[in-house]
Write a protein that binds this ligand. Structure first.
Ligand code: HEM
Ligand code: HEM
Length: 192
């Protein structure tokens, strides 16, 4: 049976789907953003950045929905074998993801508005401009976007290594319970 909500043993289908869709979108964002930032000013850069902005704003909306879903759901318990220090670190990283994936799009959005470029969503509608055109604000927002993006990359690396360590070395069901359709072990022996 498909479980929509999380349980103490595993994530439900909504959390799982949001997790992996956002992983795909964020990966695309790193590639498209880096390629576009290196292009000279011109049509190609403008088109790529406009796609980058639309996908980025989609991530922003999905993260708001995900935050609301997380706040209205229980969070599966972490394995009993994990020290309280490790558990706190894991939860801290999860919250940092929420903060970064809400702040990165907003910094990009401020950069665009301050550069006098309205953000469109796939040409379907325009987002309101957040600030008046201002070169100084644009530079600050651009720098902030870049710093936060590279912080995100560092956290993703830690989080991914931790997930793989749990799966392949500690052999618990942490990774399995985030994958739709996989039941894994009942988890009774590994879950608090
Ligand atoms: C989670 C979402 C996002 C991620 C992961 C992301 C990632 C990136 C990356 C990796 C770069 C290249 C940075 C560099 O090396 O200079 C970049 C550049 C850029 N991003 Fe984003 N971005 C996101 C969302 C957005 C949004 C929503 C907007 C605007 C509405 C935006 C606007 C820009 C702009 C304008 C640049 C080019 C900056 C320049 O002039 O060099 N980004 N982004
Ligand atoms: C853009 C990259 C990623 C982001 C932003 C991200 C974000 C998150 C967040 C916020 C959570 C907490 C659960 C929630 O609130 O929904 C989580 C859990 C999890 N993530 Fe990721 N994740 C990323 C990539 C990955 C990758 C590549 C893997 C696997 C190799 C992975 C495996 C997991 C697992 C197994 C959990 C569950 C941990 C637990 O049981 O507490 N994540 N992730």
């Amino acid at each position: 049976m498909v479980m929509l909500r999380n349980s103490p043993e595993r994530y439900g289908i909504i959390s799982q789907t949001l997790h992996w869709i956002i992983v795909v979108f964020v990966s695309i964002q790193f590639v498209v953003g880096s390629i576009a930032a290196d292009l000279p000013l011109g049509m190609q850069r403008l088109i790529l950045l406009s796609r980058h902005k639309s996908i980025g704003m989609t991530i922003f909306i999905l993260m708001i929905l995900r935050l609301l879903w997380r706040l209205s759901n229980q969070v599966p318990l972490l394995p009993a074998g994990m020290s309280s220090h490790e558990q706190r670190l894991a939860r801290l990283i999860h919250w940092l993801f929420y903060i970064l994936l809400l702040c990165i799009p907003v910094a990009g959005w401020i950069n665009s508005s301050a550069s006098n470029l309205t953000v469109s969503w796939f040409g379907i509608f325009n987002w309101p401009d957040l600030v008046e055109p201002d070169k100084y604000i644009a530079t600050i927002a651009k720098g902030t976007h870049k710093i936060l993006v590279w912080t995100l990359l560092a956290i993703i690396s830690l989080h991914t290594m931790a997930a793989l360590r749990h799966h392949f070395i500690l052999k618990n069901n942490i990774l399995i319970r985030m994958i739709p359709g996989f039941k894994g072990k009942t988890g009774k022996e590994t879950i608090l």
